[in-house]
Design a protein around this ligand. Structure first.
Ligand code: ZN
Ligand code: ZN
Length: 239
């Protein structure tokens, strides 16, 4: 049985090593390649690994970096032409954004290496949007972990209620209680507004990092999470 295809998170981590100035040779005995192979094995997104032994082993990582050589316009040699569409897409997205690439890779790495975060991330179910998230699944699922933290969500709602007396969507103004009466009383969702590449590993989510939104607006925000902010959506609705 074959192992699952490389996911975006994995390609991002490999590309980040490819562009690391101190990467060393692209060969399976390189300690940095071995370290990346170990990290990929811990990533909280693949539960299905038919061939455990070969899963993201140093040879596989070496081949992936060889694929980037073939995509790199600054490389005059040949490289491995067998790259996937995803390898090419990720390479082109980040080729001129190496700072962002480093931030995203660092965020994925920190979450993977923290046993708490990693366990929380693997407990988040898959949704339709996550295949298209530029920063990959780990950071997207971490976003969901943050906004499902009941304690912080309760604090956020209590604070807004004490200041304004109502819970309404910050994008469209929808008020669940106004529409649904008692049934909607106290209901609203929280969206974590810090961009995914700005992952910060402090345990506490700040109240200002959360926006109150209705379920429709929240879905729209998640459908283009890397591009559309709460204020973008508000402007769109005002047109
Ligand atoms: Zn709304
Ligand atoms: Zn959200």
């Amino acid at each position: 049985m074959r192992n699952p295809k490389w996911e975006r998170d994995e390609v991002i981590l490999a590309l980040n090593l490819y562009f690391d100035e101190n990467r060393g040779n692209i060969e399976s005995s390189n300690p940095k390649i071995i370290e990346l192979s170990e990290l990929l094995n811990q990533l909280p997104i693949h539960s299905n690994r038919p061939d455990e032994e070969k899963f993201r082993n140093p040879n596989g990582v070496t081949l992936k970096l060889g694929n980037f050589l073939a995509l790199d316009p600054n490389y005059s040699g040949k490289g491995m032409e067998s790259y996937s569409k995803l390898d090419e897409a990720v390479f082109n997205e980040y080729f001129e954004n190496l700072i962002e690439l480093r931030e995203v890779a660092e965020g994925i790495r920190k979450i993977t290496l923290s046993s708490d975060y990693s366990a929380n991330v693997s407990s988040i179910e898959t949704d339709d949007n996550e295949e298209n998230v530029r920063e990959g699944k780990v950071l997207y699922k971490m976003h969901k972990v943050r906004e499902r933290d009941r304690t912080i969500v309760a604090k956020k709602k209590a604070k807004v209620l004490s200041l304004s007396g109502i819970l309404e969507c910050e994008c469209c103004g929808f008020d669940f209680e106004k529409t649904y009466g008692d049934l909607g009383k106290g209901y609203i969702e929280c969206h974590h507004i810090v961009p995914l590449n700005r992952f910060n590993d402090s345990k506490d989510t700040k109240l200002d990092d959360l926006a109150l939104v209705c379920s429709n607006c929240h879905r729209m925000l998640h459908s283009r999470i890397s591009e559309v902010s709460v204020s973008d959506l508000r402007k769109l609705l005002l047109r």
